[in-house]
Design a protein around this ligand. Structure first.
Ligand SMILES: Cc1cc2nc3c(=O)[nH]c(=O)nc-3n(C[C@H](O)[C@H](O)[C@H](O)COP(=O)(O)OP(=O)(O)OC[C@H]3O[C@@H](n4cnc5c(N)ncnc54)[C@H](O)[C@@H]3O)c2cc1C
Length: 406
Protein backbone atom coordinates (compact mmCIF):
# COMPACT_ATOMS: atom_id res chain seq x y z
CA UNK A 1 0.00 0.00 0.00
CA UNK A 2 1.37 3.44 -0.92
CA UNK A 3 2.53 5.70 1.86
CA UNK A 4 0.37 8.63 2.85
CA UNK A 5 1.57 12.11 3.68
CA UNK A 6 -0.68 14.92 4.96
CA UNK A 7 0.48 18.50 4.66
CA UNK A 8 -1.30 21.04 6.84
CA UNK A 9 -1.25 24.41 5.09
CA UNK A 10 -1.50 24.98 1.34
CA UNK A 11 0.81 28.00 1.29
CA UNK A 12 4.05 28.00 -0.69
CA UNK A 13 5.96 25.81 1.74
CA UNK A 14 3.24 23.15 1.91
CA UNK A 15 2.96 23.14 -1.88
CA UNK A 16 6.74 22.97 -2.37
CA UNK A 17 7.02 20.03 0.06
CA UNK A 18 4.22 18.20 -1.78
CA UNK A 19 5.90 18.92 -5.10
CA UNK A 20 9.29 17.62 -3.95
CA UNK A 21 7.77 14.46 -2.43
CA UNK A 22 5.77 13.59 -5.54
CA UNK A 23 8.64 14.36 -7.88
CA UNK A 24 10.81 11.83 -6.03
CA UNK A 25 8.02 9.27 -5.41
CA UNK A 26 5.02 9.72 -7.72
CA UNK A 27 3.31 6.73 -6.07
CA UNK A 28 2.93 8.54 -2.72
CA UNK A 29 -0.51 9.74 -1.67
CA UNK A 30 -0.06 13.39 -0.73
CA UNK A 31 -3.00 15.32 0.73
CA UNK A 32 -2.69 19.07 1.28
CA UNK A 33 -5.24 20.65 3.58
CA UNK A 34 -5.95 24.24 4.51
CA UNK A 35 -8.26 25.96 6.95
CA UNK A 36 -9.41 28.28 4.16
CA UNK A 37 -11.57 27.13 1.24
CA UNK A 38 -8.82 28.37 -1.10
CA UNK A 39 -5.16 27.38 -1.44
CA UNK A 40 -1.84 29.26 -1.66
CA UNK A 41 -1.67 31.08 1.70
CA UNK A 42 0.24 34.34 1.58
CA UNK A 43 0.57 34.22 -2.21
CA UNK A 44 -3.12 35.09 -2.23
CA UNK A 45 -3.30 37.07 1.02
CA UNK A 46 0.15 38.62 1.55
CA UNK A 47 1.96 39.17 -1.75
CA UNK A 48 0.97 42.62 -2.94
CA UNK A 49 -2.07 42.97 -5.18
CA UNK A 50 0.02 44.91 -7.71
CA UNK A 51 2.70 42.18 -7.91
CA UNK A 52 0.83 39.73 -10.09
CA UNK A 53 4.11 38.40 -11.54
CA UNK A 54 5.03 37.02 -8.10
CA UNK A 55 1.60 35.46 -7.76
CA UNK A 56 2.14 33.55 -11.03
CA UNK A 57 3.87 30.86 -8.92
CA UNK A 58 0.33 29.54 -8.35
CA UNK A 59 0.39 28.17 -11.91
CA UNK A 60 3.24 25.92 -10.86
CA UNK A 61 1.35 24.92 -7.72
CA UNK A 62 -1.78 24.09 -9.72
CA UNK A 63 0.22 21.45 -11.63
CA UNK A 64 0.76 19.75 -8.29
CA UNK A 65 -2.96 19.02 -8.08
CA UNK A 66 -3.67 18.71 -11.79
CA UNK A 67 -0.74 16.54 -12.88
CA UNK A 68 1.27 15.27 -9.93
CA UNK A 69 -1.70 13.70 -8.17
CA UNK A 70 -1.77 15.65 -4.89
CA UNK A 71 -5.24 16.18 -3.44
CA UNK A 72 -6.48 19.47 -1.94
CA UNK A 73 -8.81 19.55 1.05
CA UNK A 74 -9.82 23.13 1.79
CA UNK A 75 -11.95 24.40 4.66
CA UNK A 76 -10.34 21.88 7.03
CA UNK A 77 -8.62 23.38 10.05
CA UNK A 78 -6.47 21.39 12.38
CA UNK A 79 -7.68 22.24 15.84
CA UNK A 80 -11.21 23.09 14.60
CA UNK A 81 -12.37 20.21 12.39
CA UNK A 82 -9.78 17.62 13.15
CA UNK A 83 -7.20 16.91 15.80
CA UNK A 84 -3.57 16.56 14.96
CA UNK A 85 -3.62 13.15 16.65
CA UNK A 86 -6.37 11.90 14.30
CA UNK A 87 -4.37 13.12 11.33
CA UNK A 88 -1.19 11.45 12.55
CA UNK A 89 -3.04 8.15 12.99
CA UNK A 90 -4.37 8.26 9.45
CA UNK A 91 -1.09 9.21 7.74
CA UNK A 92 2.48 7.94 7.75
CA UNK A 93 3.83 11.46 7.90
CA UNK A 94 2.29 14.83 8.75
CA UNK A 95 3.90 18.14 7.80
CA UNK A 96 2.84 21.33 9.57
CA UNK A 97 3.15 24.27 7.18
CA UNK A 98 0.69 26.67 8.75
CA UNK A 99 2.81 29.84 8.51
CA UNK A 100 2.67 32.62 11.09
CA UNK A 101 -0.32 34.91 11.17
CA UNK A 102 0.07 37.22 14.19
CA UNK A 103 1.72 40.61 13.83
CA UNK A 104 4.70 41.16 16.11
CA UNK A 105 4.06 44.07 18.46
CA UNK A 106 6.36 47.04 18.77
CA UNK A 107 7.02 46.23 22.41
CA UNK A 108 7.08 49.82 23.64
CA UNK A 109 4.61 51.71 25.89
CA UNK A 110 1.51 52.74 23.98
CA UNK A 111 1.80 50.06 21.28
CA UNK A 112 -1.79 49.04 22.04
CA UNK A 113 -3.25 52.53 21.44
CA UNK A 114 -6.03 52.95 18.89
CA UNK A 115 -4.44 53.75 15.56
CA UNK A 116 -1.58 51.21 15.83
CA UNK A 117 -2.03 48.41 13.32
CA UNK A 118 0.10 45.43 12.34
CA UNK A 119 1.00 45.05 8.67
CA UNK A 120 -0.66 41.64 8.60
CA UNK A 121 -3.96 43.08 9.77
CA UNK A 122 -3.82 45.72 7.02
CA UNK A 123 -2.66 43.42 4.22
CA UNK A 124 -5.26 40.77 5.11
CA UNK A 125 -7.96 43.44 4.88
CA UNK A 126 -6.52 44.92 1.67
CA UNK A 127 -6.36 41.50 0.02
CA UNK A 128 -9.78 40.40 1.30
CA UNK A 129 -8.90 37.52 3.59
CA UNK A 130 -12.20 36.03 4.83
CA UNK A 131 -11.19 36.58 8.47
CA UNK A 132 -9.90 40.15 8.01
CA UNK A 133 -10.97 42.99 10.23
CA UNK A 134 -12.27 46.10 8.45
CA UNK A 135 -9.79 48.59 6.99
CA UNK A 136 -9.35 51.42 9.53
CA UNK A 137 -8.95 55.11 8.71
CA UNK A 138 -5.24 56.01 8.72
CA UNK A 139 -5.51 59.79 8.71
CA UNK A 140 -3.32 62.15 6.70
CA UNK A 141 0.03 61.09 8.24
CA UNK A 142 0.50 57.34 8.62
CA UNK A 143 3.90 56.21 9.87
CA UNK A 144 5.24 52.79 8.87
CA UNK A 145 7.75 51.19 11.24
CA UNK A 146 9.91 48.58 9.50
CA UNK A 147 12.75 48.24 7.06
CA UNK A 148 11.75 45.17 5.08
CA UNK A 149 9.84 44.42 1.91
CA UNK A 150 6.47 44.21 3.67
CA UNK A 151 6.97 47.83 4.79
CA UNK A 152 7.76 48.82 1.20
CA UNK A 153 4.69 46.96 -0.12
CA UNK A 154 2.51 48.96 2.29
CA UNK A 155 4.20 52.22 1.42
CA UNK A 156 3.82 51.63 -2.33
CA UNK A 157 0.14 50.71 -2.12
CA UNK A 158 -0.69 53.67 0.13
CA UNK A 159 1.20 56.00 -2.23
CA UNK A 160 -0.22 54.82 -5.54
CA UNK A 161 -2.74 56.81 -7.54
CA UNK A 162 -5.89 54.87 -8.53
CA UNK A 163 -4.60 54.48 -12.10
CA UNK A 164 -1.36 52.95 -10.85
CA UNK A 165 -3.34 50.03 -9.42
CA UNK A 166 -4.49 48.89 -12.86
CA UNK A 167 -3.75 45.23 -13.55
CA UNK A 168 -3.91 44.34 -9.84
CA UNK A 169 -6.52 42.22 -8.10
CA UNK A 170 -7.39 44.86 -5.51
CA UNK A 171 -11.10 44.73 -4.75
CA UNK A 172 -13.58 47.63 -4.93
CA UNK A 173 -13.70 48.13 -1.13
CA UNK A 174 -9.91 48.41 -0.67
CA UNK A 175 -9.67 50.48 -3.87
CA UNK A 176 -12.20 52.98 -2.50
CA UNK A 177 -10.42 52.97 0.89
CA UNK A 178 -7.12 53.88 -0.76
CA UNK A 179 -8.69 56.48 -3.04
CA UNK A 180 -10.40 58.15 -0.08
CA UNK A 181 -7.50 57.88 2.37
CA UNK A 182 -6.61 61.58 2.31
CA UNK A 183 -2.97 60.70 2.95
CA UNK A 184 -0.62 63.68 2.72
CA UNK A 185 2.62 62.27 4.08
CA UNK A 186 3.89 58.74 4.74
CA UNK A 187 6.92 58.34 7.00
CA UNK A 188 8.77 55.05 6.82
CA UNK A 189 11.02 54.65 9.80
CA UNK A 190 13.58 52.00 10.72
CA UNK A 191 15.62 51.20 13.77
CA UNK A 192 18.76 50.23 11.82
CA UNK A 193 20.98 52.52 9.76
CA UNK A 194 20.05 52.85 6.08
CA UNK A 195 22.85 50.52 4.96
CA UNK A 196 21.42 47.69 7.11
CA UNK A 197 17.82 48.10 5.90
CA UNK A 198 16.45 44.81 4.59
CA UNK A 199 14.64 46.31 1.59
CA UNK A 200 15.40 44.58 -1.72
CA UNK A 201 17.01 47.14 -4.01
CA UNK A 202 14.56 46.14 -6.73
CA UNK A 203 11.62 47.03 -4.46
CA UNK A 204 13.13 50.47 -3.84
CA UNK A 205 13.75 51.03 -7.55
CA UNK A 206 10.09 50.33 -8.24
CA UNK A 207 9.15 53.41 -6.19
CA UNK A 208 10.67 55.63 -8.89
CA UNK A 209 7.66 54.75 -11.03
CA UNK A 210 5.23 56.38 -8.58
CA UNK A 211 3.73 59.45 -10.19
CA UNK A 212 1.99 61.30 -7.38
CA UNK A 213 4.74 61.49 -4.77
CA UNK A 214 7.80 63.45 -3.69
CA UNK A 215 10.40 61.42 -1.81
CA UNK A 216 12.92 62.50 0.80
CA UNK A 217 15.56 60.20 2.30
CA UNK A 218 17.25 61.26 5.52
CA UNK A 219 20.38 59.92 7.24
CA UNK A 220 21.79 57.83 4.40
CA UNK A 221 25.18 57.33 6.08
CA UNK A 222 27.78 54.97 4.68
CA UNK A 223 27.99 51.24 4.02
CA UNK A 224 30.61 48.65 4.80
CA UNK A 225 29.21 45.71 2.88
CA UNK A 226 28.41 45.19 -0.80
CA UNK A 227 24.75 44.62 0.03
CA UNK A 228 24.67 47.78 2.13
CA UNK A 229 26.22 49.74 -0.73
CA UNK A 230 23.51 48.45 -3.10
CA UNK A 231 20.80 49.51 -0.62
CA UNK A 232 22.33 52.97 -0.21
CA UNK A 233 22.62 53.41 -3.98
CA UNK A 234 18.96 52.49 -4.43
CA UNK A 235 17.92 54.87 -1.64
CA UNK A 236 20.12 57.67 -3.00
CA UNK A 237 18.43 57.27 -6.39
CA UNK A 238 15.07 57.81 -4.69
CA UNK A 239 16.14 60.94 -2.83
CA UNK A 240 14.41 63.97 -4.29
CA UNK A 241 12.29 61.87 -6.66
CA UNK A 242 9.05 63.45 -7.85
CA UNK A 243 7.16 66.64 -7.22
CA UNK A 244 3.81 65.05 -6.37
CA UNK A 245 1.61 66.23 -3.51
CA UNK A 246 1.95 63.06 -1.43
CA UNK A 247 5.21 63.20 0.52
CA UNK A 248 7.21 60.08 1.37
CA UNK A 249 9.87 60.41 4.02
CA UNK A 250 12.47 57.70 4.73
CA UNK A 251 14.05 57.95 8.20
CA UNK A 252 16.67 55.57 9.59
CA UNK A 253 18.48 54.77 12.84
CA UNK A 254 15.57 55.75 15.09
CA UNK A 255 14.71 53.33 17.90
CA UNK A 256 11.05 53.55 18.92
CA UNK A 257 10.69 54.37 22.62
CA UNK A 258 6.95 54.98 23.00
CA UNK A 259 3.79 55.46 21.01
CA UNK A 260 2.31 58.77 22.07
CA UNK A 261 -1.32 59.80 22.30
CA UNK A 262 -4.24 59.99 24.68
CA UNK A 263 -6.56 57.21 23.55
CA UNK A 264 -5.37 57.45 19.93
CA UNK A 265 -1.95 57.71 18.33
CA UNK A 266 -0.54 61.18 17.82
CA UNK A 267 3.10 60.27 17.28
CA UNK A 268 6.11 58.07 17.89
CA UNK A 269 8.90 58.98 20.30
CA UNK A 270 12.28 57.61 19.19
CA UNK A 271 15.89 57.53 20.33
CA UNK A 272 17.88 59.52 17.78
CA UNK A 273 21.42 58.71 16.59
CA UNK A 274 22.84 61.77 18.39
CA UNK A 275 21.76 60.31 21.74
CA UNK A 276 18.71 62.58 22.07
CA UNK A 277 15.03 61.91 21.56
CA UNK A 278 12.94 62.78 18.54
CA UNK A 279 9.17 62.89 18.02
CA UNK A 280 7.48 61.94 14.77
CA UNK A 281 3.90 63.11 14.40
CA UNK A 282 1.56 60.42 13.08
CA UNK A 283 -2.17 59.88 12.69
CA UNK A 284 -1.64 56.11 12.61
CA UNK A 285 1.24 53.69 12.99
CA UNK A 286 1.63 50.58 10.85
CA UNK A 287 4.13 48.07 12.20
CA UNK A 288 5.87 45.89 9.65
CA UNK A 289 8.42 44.30 11.97
CA UNK A 290 7.64 40.62 11.52
CA UNK A 291 5.15 38.01 12.61
CA UNK A 292 4.64 35.83 15.66
CA UNK A 293 2.90 32.62 16.45
CA UNK A 294 3.54 29.08 17.46
CA UNK A 295 6.63 27.82 15.66
CA UNK A 296 8.08 24.34 15.42
CA UNK A 297 10.74 24.74 18.10
CA UNK A 298 13.97 26.55 18.65
CA UNK A 299 15.61 23.91 16.43
CA UNK A 300 14.86 25.97 13.35
CA UNK A 301 16.38 24.92 10.08
CA UNK A 302 15.43 23.69 6.69
CA UNK A 303 14.32 20.18 7.68
CA UNK A 304 12.55 20.00 11.02
CA UNK A 305 11.37 16.71 12.56
CA UNK A 306 9.31 17.58 15.64
CA UNK A 307 8.43 13.98 16.57
CA UNK A 308 8.48 10.66 14.70
CA UNK A 309 6.37 11.20 11.55
CA UNK A 310 5.71 14.86 12.37
CA UNK A 311 7.55 17.64 10.57
CA UNK A 312 7.56 21.43 10.30
CA UNK A 313 7.99 23.45 7.12
CA UNK A 314 8.18 27.04 5.90
CA UNK A 315 7.53 30.00 8.16
CA UNK A 316 6.08 27.70 10.82
CA UNK A 317 9.44 25.91 11.05
CA UNK A 318 11.82 28.72 10.32
CA UNK A 319 10.11 31.80 11.65
CA UNK A 320 8.85 34.69 9.52
CA UNK A 321 11.90 35.03 7.32
CA UNK A 322 12.40 34.28 3.71
CA UNK A 323 10.77 34.67 0.37
CA UNK A 324 8.71 32.22 -1.62
CA UNK A 325 11.81 30.76 -3.38
CA UNK A 326 13.53 30.27 0.01
CA UNK A 327 10.71 27.91 0.97
CA UNK A 328 11.40 25.81 -2.12
CA UNK A 329 15.01 25.08 -1.11
CA UNK A 330 13.94 24.16 2.43
CA UNK A 331 11.11 21.98 1.13
CA UNK A 332 13.55 19.87 -0.88
CA UNK A 333 15.66 19.18 2.20
CA UNK A 334 12.56 18.32 4.22
CA UNK A 335 11.21 15.99 1.51
CA UNK A 336 14.52 14.04 1.55
CA UNK A 337 14.27 13.64 5.33
CA UNK A 338 10.63 12.47 5.14
CA UNK A 339 11.41 9.97 2.36
CA UNK A 340 14.34 8.52 4.32
CA UNK A 341 12.08 8.16 7.39
CA UNK A 342 9.31 6.53 5.35
CA UNK A 343 11.77 4.04 3.88
CA UNK A 344 12.87 3.04 7.36
CA UNK A 345 9.28 2.62 8.62
CA UNK A 346 7.50 -0.76 8.87
CA UNK A 347 4.56 -1.28 6.49
CA UNK A 348 1.18 -0.03 7.73
CA UNK A 349 -2.17 -1.78 7.27
CA UNK A 350 -5.27 -0.64 5.39
CA UNK A 351 -6.66 2.70 6.61
CA UNK A 352 -9.87 4.46 5.74
CA UNK A 353 -10.36 7.93 4.25
CA UNK A 354 -10.28 10.71 6.79
CA UNK A 355 -10.49 14.03 4.99
CA UNK A 356 -12.83 13.33 2.07
CA UNK A 357 -15.72 12.52 4.43
CA UNK A 358 -15.47 15.70 6.51
CA UNK A 359 -18.48 18.01 5.98
CA UNK A 360 -17.89 21.17 3.92
CA UNK A 361 -14.55 20.07 2.47
CA UNK A 362 -13.49 21.97 -0.65
CA UNK A 363 -11.70 19.81 -3.20
CA UNK A 364 -9.33 21.07 -5.89
CA UNK A 365 -12.27 21.03 -8.36
CA UNK A 366 -14.16 23.19 -5.88
CA UNK A 367 -11.27 25.67 -5.80
CA UNK A 368 -11.17 25.77 -9.63
CA UNK A 369 -14.85 26.78 -9.58
CA UNK A 370 -14.06 29.65 -7.18
CA UNK A 371 -11.06 30.62 -9.30
CA UNK A 372 -13.14 30.57 -12.51
CA UNK A 373 -15.83 32.76 -10.92
CA UNK A 374 -13.20 35.25 -9.74
CA UNK A 375 -11.46 35.53 -13.09
CA UNK A 376 -14.47 35.28 -15.44
CA UNK A 377 -15.54 38.93 -15.41
CA UNK A 378 -13.12 41.08 -13.43
CA UNK A 379 -14.00 44.78 -13.16
CA UNK A 380 -12.18 47.24 -15.45
CA UNK A 381 -8.48 47.56 -14.55
CA UNK A 382 -8.49 44.39 -12.45
CA UNK A 383 -7.37 40.83 -13.25
CA UNK A 384 -9.59 39.14 -10.66
CA UNK A 385 -12.62 39.88 -8.53
CA UNK A 386 -11.70 38.15 -5.28
CA UNK A 387 -14.50 36.62 -3.28
CA UNK A 388 -13.99 37.36 0.40
CA UNK A 389 -17.09 35.82 1.90
CA UNK A 390 -16.48 32.29 3.15
CA UNK A 391 -20.08 31.16 2.63
CA UNK A 392 -20.02 32.43 -0.95
CA UNK A 393 -16.78 30.54 -1.57
CA UNK A 394 -18.26 27.34 -0.15
CA UNK A 395 -21.39 27.73 -2.24
CA UNK A 396 -19.38 28.20 -5.43
CA UNK A 397 -17.07 25.32 -4.57
CA UNK A 398 -20.08 23.06 -4.15
CA UNK A 399 -21.23 23.94 -7.66
CA UNK A 400 -23.76 26.59 -6.65
CA UNK A 401 -24.03 30.32 -7.16
CA UNK A 402 -22.12 32.66 -4.85
CA UNK A 403 -25.32 34.69 -4.36
CA UNK A 404 -27.06 31.66 -2.84
CA UNK A 405 -25.17 32.27 0.36
CA UNK A 406 -26.58 35.73 1.01
C1 LIG B 1 2.65 40.89 3.51
C2 LIG B 1 3.63 39.89 2.91
C3 LIG B 1 4.08 40.09 1.61
C4 LIG B 1 4.99 39.17 1.05
N1 LIG B 1 5.42 39.38 -0.23
C5 LIG B 1 6.30 38.51 -0.78
C6 LIG B 1 6.73 38.69 -2.14
O1 LIG B 1 6.33 39.65 -2.82
N2 LIG B 1 7.59 37.78 -2.65
C7 LIG B 1 8.06 36.71 -1.93
O2 LIG B 1 8.83 35.90 -2.45
N3 LIG B 1 7.65 36.51 -0.64
C8 LIG B 1 6.78 37.37 -0.06
N4 LIG B 1 6.38 37.19 1.23
C9 LIG B 1 6.89 36.01 1.96
C10 LIG B 1 6.08 34.74 1.59
O3 LIG B 1 4.72 35.06 1.58
C11 LIG B 1 6.40 33.61 2.56
O4 LIG B 1 7.77 33.24 2.36
C12 LIG B 1 5.54 32.36 2.35
O5 LIG B 1 4.20 32.67 2.15
C13 LIG B 1 5.65 31.42 3.55
O6 LIG B 1 4.96 30.27 3.19
P1 LIG B 1 4.25 29.30 4.24
O7 LIG B 1 3.63 28.23 3.40
O8 LIG B 1 5.23 28.89 5.28
O9 LIG B 1 3.14 30.18 4.99
P2 LIG B 1 1.73 30.79 4.46
O10 LIG B 1 1.89 31.36 3.09
O11 LIG B 1 1.27 31.69 5.54
O12 LIG B 1 0.76 29.55 4.37
C14 LIG B 1 0.24 28.91 5.53
C15 LIG B 1 -1.09 28.25 5.19
O13 LIG B 1 -1.51 27.46 6.31
C16 LIG B 1 -2.90 27.63 6.49
N5 LIG B 1 -3.23 27.32 7.90
C17 LIG B 1 -2.92 28.06 9.00
N6 LIG B 1 -3.37 27.47 10.12
C18 LIG B 1 -3.99 26.30 9.73
C19 LIG B 1 -4.65 25.24 10.43
N7 LIG B 1 -4.80 25.24 11.77
N8 LIG B 1 -5.17 24.19 9.71
C20 LIG B 1 -5.05 24.19 8.36
N9 LIG B 1 -4.42 25.17 7.64
C21 LIG B 1 -3.89 26.21 8.31
C22 LIG B 1 -3.16 29.08 6.11
O14 LIG B 1 -4.52 29.31 5.77
C23 LIG B 1 -2.21 29.25 4.91
O15 LIG B 1 -2.85 28.94 3.69
C24 LIG B 1 5.46 38.07 1.81
C25 LIG B 1 5.01 37.89 3.13
C26 LIG B 1 4.09 38.79 3.68
C27 LIG B 1 3.61 38.57 5.07
Amino acid sequence: MSRRVAIVGAGPSGCFVAQALLKARPELQVDVLDRLPVPYGLVRYGVAADHQGTKAITRQFSRLFERQGARFFGNVAIGRDLTLEALREAYDAVVIATGLAADRRLGVPGDDLAGVYGAGRITRALYEHPDAEPLPPLGPRPLIVGNGNVAIDLLRLLAKTPGELDGSDLGPGPTAWLAGSGIEEITILGRSPASAARFDAVMLKELVRLGGVSISVEDLGTAETEEGTRTLEALAALRGHGTGARRIRFVFARRPLAVEGAGHVTGLLCAAPDGGEERFAATSILTAIGFDGETATAQSGSAVRMAPGLYGAGWFARGPRGTIPDNRADAQALASLILADLDAMPATGQRGELLACLPGVVTYDGWTRIDAAETATPPPGRCRAKIADRAAMLSLAAGGDQKESH
